[in-house]
Write a protein that binds this ligand. Structure first.
Ligand code: COA
Length: 403
């Protein structure tokens, strides 16, 4: 496949960028030393470079990486820089992306760069984003990655990144915590439920978050990992400390942290097409969400081991058999049945529910907080390990290698 075809295939992804909420965009590209002579391609390239810094929509790491590589190829030609260490995740990803363009001419690289920026500029119309409008109309623009809705005493929090299979990014961790706090404080809320939009419940932790955090900490992996550990600990604590009944509505496949936190819910209703998987060892990682404690309690040590160490993927019925799920509902009637269940749960006296949950949960709370801290400490170590870094790089570059 020619380099050109390889590059053009990044373009369809850009329409997805326009679906994201507007936020300040600072490219990973540090653009310096632009010293082009006049010439139509070069002056267009120069123009486009100026437009990058005024973009408000973040096109995602994959596109930013491609733009970085094209920029370097346009201005410096083939990569002759020394290869960074594998532990320097961000620098290594950038080096690889640039290196993949070897032998692409500077003119072709410029043309591709221009095309990408033009498309980003033309799709930057956040007000036409239906996903954003829905979110704003339901929650007064407070949330970007979740929908927050209160109806008949039930607060429904919907993970709303369907194009990323509701992978939980840094913003989303934050917003789920804020949404739970809002539900806890609102006297109109009797129960809270968490679900996903689109086909997935959630694909788990957004694996691009690591590089984002490392970048925010000047490329320091250790500091980035520590920040990720704090975010995760806070996120899981918001489930542990949620005093009203918490219902999981598992509308489709669930991966990673969207599975491990289920032991902190009070009722889990799963659609018959839901699946449950925790592929931690393959990612060089270890369990979170208190699952290293709750899973053995729910299903016994050996079956918990089968999931957390050996990555067994469960069907909805298998998850029910292991007490991870309270009830399996046929996919065709899932929406109707959960509505009925939620209306019933929310019709019961609120204080009675809170006290009953407290009696069942309170004596375990300190234990759960300790487990949460220990799991996060281990993950901070894992996230800087070579095992984990190469697994994440493999995931991030899997599509590039298919181009
Ligand atoms: N982090 C970041 N992005 C993710 C993601 C994750 N955990 N899971 C899915 N996505 C994104 C993909 O990058 C893709 O976005 P793109 O089209 O912009 O590239 C989109 O969601 C759809 O995923 P894709 O891989 O194209 O779909 P698939 O049907 O081939 O595979 C999965 C679906 C869930 C099996 C696959 O995406 C996957 O393995 N994800 C990682 C899940 C995981 O390991 N989570 C636990 C992390 S601890």
């Amino acid at each position: 496949m020619s380099s050109n075809r390889r590059l053009v295939s990044v373009l369809p992804k850009l329409s997805q960028a326009s679906r994201m909420r507007a936020r300040p965009f600072h490219s990973v590209i540090s653009v310096r030393d632009l010293s082009f002579q006049s010439g139509s391609l070069e002056s267009k390239f120069h123009d486009m470079k100026g437009k990058v810094s005024s973009l408000k929509t973040d096109p995602g790491n994959e596109v930013k990486l491609k733009m970085y590589a094209l920029f370097k190829q346009s201005t410096e030609g083939d990569n002759s820089a020394p290869k960074p260490s594998a532990l320097n995740f961000v620098a290594k990803a950038k080096w690889d992306a640039w290196n993949n363009l070897k032998s692409l001419s500077k003119d072709d690289a410029m043309s591709e760069y221009i095309k990408i920026v033009q498309e980003l500029v033309s799709t930057e119309e956040p007000t036409s984003d239906s996903e954003t409008k829905d979110s704003e109309s339901l929650s007064g623009s407070k949330y970007e990655t979740v929908l927050y809705e209160v109806k008949n005493g039930c607060c429904k929090i919907t993970l709303n990144r369907p194009q990323k299979y509701n992978a939980i990014n840094l913003k989303c961790y934050d917003e789920i915590g804020i949404a739970l706090e809002e539900a806890a404080k609102d006297d109109n809320v009797v129960v809270a439920a968490l679900t996903g939009s689109g086909t997935y419940y959630s694909a788990g932790n957004d694996l691009s978050g690591f590089s984002q955090l490392a970048q925010e900490h000047g490329g320091d992996m250790q500091k980035g990992a520590q920040a990720a550990g704090n975010i995760l600990e806070k996120f899981v604590s918001s489930f542990i400390n949620f005093l009203k009944p918490l219902i999981g509505l598992i509308n489709g496949p669930a991966v990673g942290i969207s599975v491990t936190t289920l032991g902190l819910f009070d009722i889990v209703l799963a659609s018959s097409n839901a699946t449950f998987q925790t592929p931690f060892p393959s990612l060089g990682q270890t369990p979170e969400g208190c699952s290293s404690y709750t899973f053995a309690k729910l299903m016994g040590h050996n079956k918990a081991t089968e999931m957390l160490l050996y990555e067994k993927k469960l069907s909805a019925v298998e998850a029910y058999d292991r007490n991870l799920v309270t009830e399996v509902i046929d996919q065709s009637s899932f929406e109707r049945v959960i509505e009925e269940r939620l209306n019933f749960y929310a019709s019961l006296p609120s204080n009675s529910l809170v006290y009953s949950k407290g009696l069942m949960r309170d004596r375990k709370r300190d234990k759960l907080m300790t487990v949460n801290r220990e799991e996060c400490d281990r993950l901070v170590e894992r996230w800087t390990s070579e095992e984990c870094i190469s697994a994440i790089m493999k995931f991030m570059s899997r599509k590039q290698s298919k181009m």
